[in-house]
Design a protein around this ligand. Structure first.
Ligand code: 5GP
Length: 206
């Protein structure tokens, strides 16, 4: 895939680790960015808006989109389909934007595979499993059964933590926001190999 000089920052971590709140908070401090809006078959939660939080579609529509090669990556998470559409990401990268993703460990592996040069990834977690349980039980949106399943998935996700460039333990929210902003600034300074090759060949000519 051809890109100008956009960069990718991937955030992963268990549901309840604070990814969405962090993303919302850092958004104000960024410019020239695009937050990837995923498509999902999961039902919308109370406050969620179609087209802003996710594109909510049926399983049949999702399967058709898979067949039509609409997705850069897609995965089943918590029993529902989630996917990243190719086109908006491609456009944002060609425009040289910072592209932010909130995707699971499978999505991270797929995006890293496709864009090894320009990706920076961050795994966000609570300080402990007990704290994750505490935060999830504060969510009025989920039943006990769903919460238990999310905790089990979280344990499995933690096994992938070393695949990430950075790990942020979201204990103090403000500190985590600042650390995230620092990582994003560094990510924007990352140069893809092709750009470095170009620089070297020009450097040699002068
Ligand atoms: P939730 O349903 O709580 O919003 O998200 C559940 C999980 O799905 C989270 O770990 C989130 O990062 C992940 N997720 C959201 N969108 C995508 C996507 O497009 N692809 C993948 N692989 N995971 C996603």
């Amino acid at each position: 895939m051809q890109t100008k000089s956009g960069v990718i920052v991937v955030l992963s971590g268990p549901s309840g680790s604070g990814k969405s709140s962090l993303m919302k908070r850092v958004e104000d401090k960024l410019d020239n960015y695009y937050i990837s809006i995923s498509t999902t078959t999961r039902p919308a939660r109370n406050q969620e808006i179609n087209g802003e939080d996710y594109l909510f579609i049926s399983k049949e529509e999702f399967l058709k989109d898979i067949r039509d090669n609409c997705f850069l990556e897609h995965a089943v998470v918590h029993g529902n389909y989630y996917g990243t559409s190719i086109r908006p990401v491609q456009t944002a990268l060609q425009e040289g934007r910072l592209v932010l993703f909130d995707i699971d460990v499978q999505g991270h592996a797929a995006i890293r595979d496709k864009f090894p040069d320009i990706i920076t990834s961050i795994f966000i977690t609570t300080p402990s499993l007990a704290e994750l349980k505490h935060r999830l039980s504060g969510r009025a949106t989920e039943t006990n059964e769903i919460m238990q399943e999310r905790l089990n998935i979280a344990k499995k996700e933690l096994l992938h933590i070393k695949e990430y460039d950075y790990v942020l333990v979201n204990d103090d929210f403000e500190q985590t926001v600042n650390a995230l902003l620092d990582i994003i600034q560094a990510a924007k300074l990352k140069k893809p190999a092709a750009e470095i090759d170009d620089f070297v060949s020009k450097w040699l000519q002068n």
